[in-house]
Ligand binder design. Structure first.
Ligand SMILES: NC(=O)c1ccc[n+]([C@@H]2O[C@H](COP(=O)([O-])OP(=O)(O)OC[C@H]3O[C@@H](n4cnc5c(N)ncnc54)[C@H](O)[C@@H]3O)[C@@H](O)[C@H]2O)c1
Length: 326
């Protein structure tokens, strides 16, 4: 299959591109390089530097490369930044939506997988969260993901598009060649690894939650497992013309912050420099997504679900790339 990956110079997009190429697909990466890295683009992929809001440029890339399906990982993805700058988030993640989807229609591309987020759910009413859980995002980032999913709902029905939205929480880990290099970095595991390398000590926000050890429990998924799921979802879009199918990619269980710190201590061989501070506003005690639908629909399940694998591979990549993709 010929696939165009928006945001394919980023963490999730580049790793999935690597997986698609290994499976024999042809990959075109379409990225503005705002947050991604040229060095993350696999050598076998074609890189088109462009903005997802540029419908003409995108349509040309789709036509020139006879693209059959789009994997949409491009956009802005930082919760805190979205609260401070909602205008930018709506512009990049939502306003570009109809332009992108119309460029696809003009080029005759009727299959799309969207890297959404479990942030569409907001505060959970129950865990693990399933796809029927109400959608009530608690930050602009989640709201923009819900809005794009809404577009996919209506576009798929009206124009016979086969669409899947993959909803997941925290991605972690690395492949041999690709790892996480977000700037700024807000995720727990890379910030733990940065603390080992002389960065700021890690802040543990609250130890008095009603959880097994008092710290928040979160869902983590290995980036390699995520790449598998995206590849399976791309294949599945051939069967769902006229439908938009949301699907969680969760672990079903999750890990506490202290469990992550302990796993990192075992991987690296020393205590994570950290300090315990008070709770952070808006942090639910447990955020874990169910993976029952992903198992049933995509035949997917996490293969590298242990913290040792996620932190171990991320640490190994950092050792090989101490300055990331620089
Ligand atoms: N990393 C996670 O833990 C996580 C969790 C849940 C969902 N997601 C979703 O997965 C997707 C990818 O996440 P990531 O961690 O790889 O992020 P990332 O920032 O590494 O990648 C996003 C890519 O999009 C590109 N981009 C941004 N604006 C663009 C534009 N206007 N036109 C073209 N390209 C543009 C950036 O240059 C970057 O390469 C995001 O949509 C994010 O919401 C990520």
């Amino acid at each position: 299959m010929r696939v165009l990956v928006t945001g394919g110079a980023g963490y999730v997009g580049s790793t999935t591109a690597e997986r698609l190429i290994a499976a024999g697909h042809e990959v075109v990466i379409y990225d503005s390089l705002l947050r991604g890295h040229r060095g993350a683009v696999p050598a076998q992929a074609t890189l088109v530097v462009g903005d997802i809001g540029d419908a003409t440029g995108l349509e040309k890339a789709l036509r020139d490369n006879q693209i059959e399906a789009v994997l949409h990982c491009g956009g802005l993805a930082l919760v805190g930044e979205s609260v401070a700058e909602p205008d930018r988030y709506f512009e990049v993640n939502v306003v570009t939506g109809p332009k992108m989807l119309d460029a696809m229609r003009a080029a005759g591309v009727k299959r799309i997988v969207f890297s959404s987020s479990a942030a569409v759910y907001g505060e959970p009413l129950h865990t693990p969260i399933d796809e029927d859980h109400r959608l009530r995002p608690v930050n602009p980032y989640g709201e923009t993901k819900r809005a794009f999913e809404g577009m996919l709902d209506w576009y798929s029905r009206a124009y016979g598009i086969g669409a899947m939205s993959l909803r997941y929480f925290n991605v972690a880990g690395a492949t041999e060649e690709r790892g996480e290099d977000h700037r700024p970095e807000t995720h727990l595991i890379p910030n733990i690894l940065a603390a080992f390398s002389g960065g700021a000590p890690l802040k543990v926000f609250g130890t008095d939650y009603e959880t097994r050890d008092g710290t928040c429990i979160r869902d983590y998924i290995h980036v390699d497992d995520l790449a598998d799921a995206h590849a399976a979802a791309l294949a599945h879009t051939a069967n769902i013309a006229g439908e938009h199918v949301p699907c969680n990619l969760g672990s079903g269980s999750g890990f506490s912050v202290l469990e992550v710190l302990e796993a990192a201590r075992l991987v690296v061989g020393k205590e994570v420099p950290h300090e315990i501070t008070g709770r952070r506003a808006g942090d639910p005690p447990v955020l874990v997504a169910s993976n029952e639908k992903a198992r049933a629909v995509l035949g997917w399940e996490p293969r590298h679900g242990t913290l040792a694998e996620m932190i171990g591979s991320a640490w190994a990549w950092r050792q090989r790339h101490p300055r990331g993709y620089e």
